[in-house]
Design a protein around this ligand. Structure first.
Ligand SMILES: C[S@@+](CC[C@H](N)C(=O)[O-])C[C@H]1O[C@@H](n2cnc3c(N)ncnc32)[C@H](O)[C@@H]1O
Length: 211
């Protein structure tokens, strides 16, 4: 999928649907918060939520005192929904409207979090572009927490095909610069009452970028 049509798709979704009318809505992003906590992150840790959309993770990170939080998404409408919800607190967050496969990171982060964005990349070149950004934007010793649909999860989301992963296949995709340090499954209860199997995989960045 071209970056422009991807952006048009998601902009349309967030323009037409409220925060809790989408299948991925989560009142409480507990699995992400728990895994972020387990990395040993401190309030000074730089955290980026890739494809963060209108997720409430950012609210929770601010509540916990995190001072360097960035949310990146290709839909401006998604980020606007989060900003409106946060009100004055939105000023504490760095907001980036960009496609994660073409974005040029300007700094390196301690934690890279992605819940349900990476799995929409169904083409090798897009996955390679994403991993190149991950390598550039995650400090050595930092952690990437990537949640995708599990092997028994849905094959589509928001009308788009996805790639499902287990920790091993995701590890192969991100490459040998990342060591798998944790993995857990999570049954996400959608607002319409069905369950979706997610796989959370946590990788530690172990080597610097090979150029
Ligand atoms: C299923 S939603 C998940 C949103 C959020 N992570 C959450 O847990 O609520 C997927 C999100 O990824 C964003 N997205 C999809 N492809 C992207 C890309 N290539 N770059 C940046 N964001 C992307 C979409 O705009 C959307 O907000």
């Amino acid at each position: 999928m071209q970056s422009e049509s991807r952006q048009a798709h998601w902009q349309n979704v967030y323009t037409k649907k409220g925060e809790n009318e989408v299948s991925w809505f989560q009142e409480n992003p507990a699995p992400s918060l728990e895994l972020i906590g387990q990395t040993g992150a401190t309030p000074a840790s730089a955290i980026i939520d890739i494809g963060g959309g209108a997720s409430r993770l950012v609210d929770n990170l601010i509540d916990r005192g995190f001072e360097d939080v960035t949310v990146l998404d290709l839909s401006e409408a998604a980020l606007q929904a989060a900003k409106t919800r946060l009100g004055n607190r939105a000023g504490q967050v760095h907001w980036i409207v960009a496609d994660a496969t073409v974005w040029e990171p300007l700094k390196a982060y301690d934690i890279w979090h992605d819940r349900a964005a990476f799995h929409f990349l169904t083409e090798d070149r897009d996955r390679a572009a994403y991993v190149a950004r991950l390598e550039r934007a995650l400090k050595v010793g930092g952690y990437a927490i990537i949640a995708t649909f599990a092997l028994d999860g849905p094959e589509r989301c928001s009308g788009l095909p996805v790639v499902r992963y287990d920790p091993a296949s995701l590890g192969q995709t991100v490459g040998c610069g990342f060591q798998l340090v944790d993995a857990r499954r999570h049954a996400h209860a959608t607002p319409s009452g069905s369950d979706q199997s997610f796989q959370f995989s946590v990788f530690r960045r172990v080597t610097s970028r090979q150029t």
